[in-house]
Design a binder for this molecule. Sequence first.
Ligand code: KIV
Length: 257
Amino acid sequence: MKTTTRTLRELKGQRPIVALTAYDFTTARLASEAGVDLILVGDSLGTTVLGYETTVPVTLEMMLHHTAAVARAGPDGLVVMDIPFPEAHRDVGRLLDACARGLQEGGAGAVKIEGGAAMADRIARIVAAGIPVLGHVGLLPQQIHQLGGYRKFGKTPGEREALLADARAVEGTGAFGLVVEMVDPECTREISEALKIPVIGIGAGSHCDGQVLVSHDLLGLTAGKTPSFVRRYAEAGKVIGDAFKRYAADVRNGNFP
Ligand code: KIV
């Protein structure tokens, strides 16, 4: 059965929501077969698949291209397209067009927009147009150049208060859910308890309504170090690398074909 934003809202307090990123048809199909509730076509596309250092170079066209591939798998999980930098900060009419293209051309069922209270008016306009929005607070990778690096948020009372205010502001827009990234677990607990909408964490501890991970990280496909909160469920990079080596050796030795 297809997961809708309503299904996800109803899951709060019932069972944890399982979310995963995917950027292509095959991964989306496998995630769907595994019963993943929400498939996020994250702008982590830039670092995982396209080889950029950050998510900043990712464009709307790239997001649409990969979202459409994911949607073609027809997954049961809700497909959510990330709105890339700097689309969310442009004129709200242009933001609305970007979100609508995510649904019309990308085949997504919802979009994700980074930012808290400062983005609330814009998110409300998108929701009012009938486009479901997943919010995102805590670490905002699209602002990495301003942040100067990746770190945990919500450790001080001031940051906790600000994050709670951001989360409430996003809920007030009519967003159907909220991603909290790299947030102190106690702060995540406060946010999850304060909101009626589901809170999906990444590097934010277990006191929330669901978890999302970057699929390349959990599969062992990420080059270099994975974030410390990731659990690697496979060493797919090694499996694929070994297969390529055996194929190359067979061709060179005349064992294939
Ligand atoms: O781009 C992405 O994959 C994300 C997740 C880390 C939540 O925003």
